[in-house]
Design a protein around this ligand. Structure first.
Ligand SMILES: Cc1cc2nc3c(=O)[nH]c(=O)nc-3n(C[C@H](O)[C@H](O)[C@H](O)COP(=O)(O)O)c2cc1C
Length: 178
């Protein structure tokens, strides 16, 4: 049994990347894993101010919702970050959340694998490269942590574009195989 945290970063009311994450969650849960789902749409999330106090204290000086997630993330085995592709990278909101995880930089964290979920309008699979690099930059800063891989939906501008594709079925299987 693994503890998994999924962080969805789209602000769409009905989001393709979030729907994919929900299917991945189903696959994970059907295999007996415990999953916590964080939807940044509902999170009070402020920018990192770069004070680096967290690297001495393990805590952030900013009083918003991020403090509610640090322990769950630190104690999870697997992290899954989801983002629609914006300018061939991750969303600003996901990058902001990653920056705010800097208090974990000095902690003993349990997580060993980090996955990326993305959707984009482009039909070229290479559209994910910038987002993989963005997540890899985070991964590289934590000893013993690996990038586990990605799930990409191409040709998806909005959630209804998932209709008639097998992305949701495949997302379920992706979750089962984590
Ligand atoms: C600001 C902005 C930038 C975008 N940049 C790209 C891009 O660089 N390449 C691309 O293929 N799609 C781009 N898109 C389209 C989104 O990736 C696409 O609509 C995505 O599937 C939305 O996912 P969601 O429903 O989970 O929010 C962009 C959309 C927005 C709003």
């Amino acid at each position: 049994m693994k503890n998994v945290v999924i962080v969805s970063s789209s602000l769409h009311a009905i989001s393709s990347s979030k729907l994919i994450c929900e299917k991945i969650k189903e696959g994970l849960e059907d295999n007996g894993n415990q999953v916590k789902f964080v939807d940044l749409k509902d999170v009070d999330l402020k920018f990192c101010i770069g004070c680096l106090a967290c690297q001495k204290t393990g805590k952030c000086v900013i009083n918003d919702d991020v403090k509610n997630y640090l322990d769950d993330i630190s104690n999870s085995d697997v992290l899954i970050f989801a983002s629609p592709i914006y300018y061939y990278s991750i969303t600003g909101q996901l990058k902001t959340f990653l920056d705010r995880l800097n208090p974990l930089y000095i902690r003993e964290n349990k997580f060993k694998k980090i996955y990326l979920v993305a959707t984009c309008a482009d039909t070229d699979e290479n559209a994910i490269n910038g987002s993989v690099e963005a997540i890899q930059g985070f991964v590289n800063c934590f000893d013993g942590v690996e990038f586990g891989g990605y799930f990409l939906g191409t040709g998806i501008e909005q959630a209804t574009d998932l209709d008639g594709t097998n992305y949701l079925e495949n997302a379920y299987l992706f979750g089962k195989n984590i």
